[in-house]
Design a protein around this ligand. Structure first.
Ligand SMILES: NC(=O)c1ccc[n+]([C@@H]2O[C@H](COP(=O)([O-])OP(=O)(O)OC[C@H]3O[C@@H](n4cnc5c(N)ncnc54)[C@H](O)[C@@H]3O)[C@@H](O)[C@H]2O)c1
Length: 442
């Protein structure tokens, strides 16, 4: 059910549990974490403005928010903003390698309950998710839907009491839409990923820059003149390909959707089936949200020295076990680089165990990008929290239970306006005549 590698052991009682104190690696790391959070906060003006409004309206006061997100500095800023608006926050990391222990310590020292450490085992990951659920969240913010899947699979009575949730990423929405289609989902989930102010910037420019930041930090290799294969030309893939072109690479794309493939062609990429393209590539980056994109038959054809990285949500895009089976030896050659030596001497370099490279080998998206995404998250959580009040006396409410619902247009537009202001940009307004013209047919 949850995809971050935890085995399906041990059910959890559906009764009241004691809320545990924070579980972090080392509380003494808090001062270093605080510096990181302060640095991020100074570059998140949109979240600050939005959070000010939320605090003033008071709708988050006393609301318990359960969060599963990559636990690094920008996420800490969001958690603190909610905490300052009066919410009780319980948070864990959405990936075993993206949690930064110093940030987790700083956040725990500031008030929110934190259950996370870097490199947690599958069992620990699962216990951290359960610790967040033990806090009895009224609303939930998830990234990849591990928390929501666990809640629905193992705590159905508790799920029925949750007001609503928000989901951060494409893969999480695939899973939640599957749950809704099966009639399993118990409350509305706002599709934050699908807001225009989210995927156009976070998935494209965020992943575009930060995936390369992770690859370059991990390898210190030259991209100019190299051949880069991008698997998946969706919003993330477009960003990764564009930045590779900017760094001077020749870009190949592998796709399964003919429309996305045409877009790649017109963007100046060569489109080939993955099986054919892998043999030409110096760097391969998977960005599909799908499993088994690089399988044994692909890995067998890779060049000596190839760098293999994944920017999709889960570590299922590169078949790491298949790679292991092909290799005669395996060793860590740099902090986030595992070298697999094949029997004919070729070396294949896997980054961050095939987990999303921008968070496992770097700090994730640039701060200004997460300023936008988390401003949307904060406003959507406020709406989700208000659901019970809005629907008092009437069943169902304005948003149907058990559905994935879009981010309200006014949220997208408010965040867009605030971001423009922060960027020192300004736009025109339609004249009354233009408005009328656009709405008329004569
Ligand atoms: N690294 C990050 O920080 C980050 C940020 C946002 C999203 N994501 C994740 O990245 C993944 C992609 O997200 P997106 O928003 O770009 O999704 P998307 O739906 O826009 O794009 C995915 C593309 O992959 C293609 N695809 C699917 N299976 C394929 C296969 N076997 N071979 C080749 N192409 C294939 C699809 O046709 C589609 O064009 C998801 O897992 C998402 O959750 C990661």
């Amino acid at each position: 059910m949850a995809r971050n590698g935890f085995p399906g052991e041990g059910g959890v009682a559906d009764g009241p549990e004691a809320v545990a104190a924070s579980t972090v690696r080392d509380a003494g790391l808090a001062p270093a974490g605080r510096l990181k959070v302060e640095w991020a906060e100074a570059h998140m003006p949109v979240l600050a403005r939005v959070a000010g409004g939320i605090a003033q309206r008071g709708r988050m006061r006393g609301v318990t928010v359960g969060i599963c997100l990559h636990l690094e500095a920008k996420t800490a800023c969001l958690a603190l903003a909610l905490h300052r608006a009066g919410a009780r926050v319980a948070i864990t990391g959405s990936n075993p390698l993206s949690t930064q222990d110093d940030v987790a310590a700083a956040l725990a020292a500031a008030g929110p309950r934190v259950y996370a450490w870097h490199g947690c085992s599958p069992q620990e990951y699962r216990s951290f998710l359960n610790a967040v659920l033990d806090s009895r969240p009224d609303v939930i913010l998830d990234d990849g839907a591990d928390l929501l899947a666990l809640l629905h699979a193992e705590r159905p009575a508790q799920a029925a009491r949750v007001r609503g949730a928000t989901e951060e990423t494409t893969t999480g929405l695939h899973r939640l839409r599957a749950m809704a289609a099966e009639g399993v989902l118990r409350f509305p989930v706002i599709a934050v990923n699908d807001a225009r102010m989210k995927y156009l910037f976070d998935n494209r420019y965020g992943t575009g820059q930060s995936a390369w930041e992770g690859i370059l930090r991990a390898t210190n290799r030259l991209v100019a003149g190299a051949t880069v294969l991008v698997c998946g030309y969706g919003w993330c893939g477009k960003g990764v390909a564009r930045r590779a072109q900017g760094l001077g690479a020749r870009v190949l794309v592998a796709e399964v959707d003919p429309v996305a493939a045409n877009e790649a062609v017109l963007d100046g990429c060569r489109v080939r089936p993955a099986l054919e393209a892998v043999g030409e590539a110096d760097f391969i980056v998977t960005c599909t949200g799908n499993r088994g994109v690089l399988r044994r038959e692909h890995l067998e054809r890779c060049r000596d020295g190839v760098v293999l990285a994944n920017a999709g949500h889960f570590n299922v895009e590169i078949d790491v076990e298949g790679l292991r089976a092909l290799a005669e030896s395996e060793r860590t050659v740099r902090p986030a680089v595992t070298e697999f030596r094949l029997r004919d001497g070729r070396r294949l370099h896997l980054l961050a165990e095939g987990r999303l490279v921008n968070l496992a080998a770097a700090d994730g998206h640039p701060i200004e990008i997460m300023d936008i995404s988390f401003a949307i998250q904060a406003l959507c959580l406020e709406r989700a929290a208000g659901r019970v009040a809005e629907t008092a006396g009437g069943g169902g409410g304005p948003e149907p239970a058990g559905r994935v619902v879009p981010v309200p247009e006014e949220v997208d537009l408010e965040v867009a306006r605030l971001r423009l202001e922060a960027a020192g940009a300004a736009i025109d307004a339609l004249t009354p005549e233009q408005g009328t013209y656009m709405r008329s047919w004569r």
